[in-house]
Design a protein around this ligand. Structure first.
Ligand SMILES: [Zn+2]
Length: 257
């Protein structure tokens, strides 16, 4: 695999997405959200070492893709940056882009993104893949979800179920690991290596390494999932297609002006 699976924080959603475009998303009113008082927390879950410097202009270059796909990304990805000090500057190809590029988008291979500030600004290898946008029947809100989710990773945000405040225990995480194994094996990982990697990339994050909010079920960085709670009831985490209130507040707070 040309692309190192270990660099890509998000592997394809499609196998475990009980909800995308067809269902009506519930509208919930938030009355009790807050940031933790620690200065070291974001979740949305942001990995401190992967943050871009404040006031950065991030050069986003398209390696491939058609006009419609590029336009969709140009329209949706910047929704993250309202009220932040960051900007995206888009380039149609390497010929028109500066030598240093921060996010390199391809619509090939699969869907995933490197996490945040990867330090490789000079190469021409992709850092953000959106292969699922090639599906002709992809509902618009699911395309929006994919773009926002992957650009969230590109900003340094981790999966919400890795928030140390995740309230549903290990069993749903084990489900994630089970889904992860065949995906990594399909990317060329040996079985034991895939097992180790899947445990690592699904484990709770260390409080010292992240900025976070309280657990945010409605974060764009959460995964849709269905599992059984201790009282035997079914819990459904839905696939949202918009940034949550906490997603927006987190970016404003930790990447703010
Ligand atoms: Zn992801």
């Amino acid at each position: 695999m040309t692309l190192s699976g270990s660099k890509f924080k998000h592997l394809p959603h499609s196998n475990n997405s009980p909800l995308v475009g067809q269902r009506v998303l519930r509208c919930l009113f938030w009355v009790a959200f807050y940031f933790t008082t620690s200065a070291q927390v974001f979740s949305a879950v942001l990995v401190k070492q992967k943050m871009w410097p404040k006031n950065s202009t991030l050069n986003v270059v398209f390696i491939d893709g058609n006009i419609e796909q590029k336009q969709k990304v140009r329209q949706i990805a910047p929704l993250w940056l309202n009220n932040s000090s960051l900007k995206f500057q888009f380039f149609d190809n390497f010929a028109t882009a500066p030598k240093q590029t921060h996010i390199r988008v391809s619509f090939s291979s699969y869907t995933g993104s490197t996490l945040g500030n990867h330090g490789d600004l000079s190469s021409q290898t992709p850092t953000l893949l959106l292969a699922e946008l090639n599906q002709t029947d992809l509902p618009e809100i699911y395309a929006n979800r994919l773009i926002l989710h992957e650009f969230g990773h590109a900003l340094g945000l981790e999966h919400e179920y890795r928030n140390p405040d995740w309230p549903f225990g290990q069993a749903p995480i084990n489900q994630q690991i089970e889904h992860c194994l065949p995906r990594l094996e399909s990317l060329g990982y040996a079985t034991m290596e895939a097992k180790h990697k899947c445990q690592e990339i699904n484990a709770p994050l260390n409080e010292n390494n992240i900025y976070k909010t309280i657990y945010d079920e409605f974060s764009i960085m959460n995964y849709p999932q269905t599992f059984t709670l201790a009282d035997q009831s079914q819990k459904h985490i839905l696939a949202v297609s918009k940034l949550s209130i906490l997603d927006k507040l987190a970016i404003e707070r930790w990447y703010g002006k």
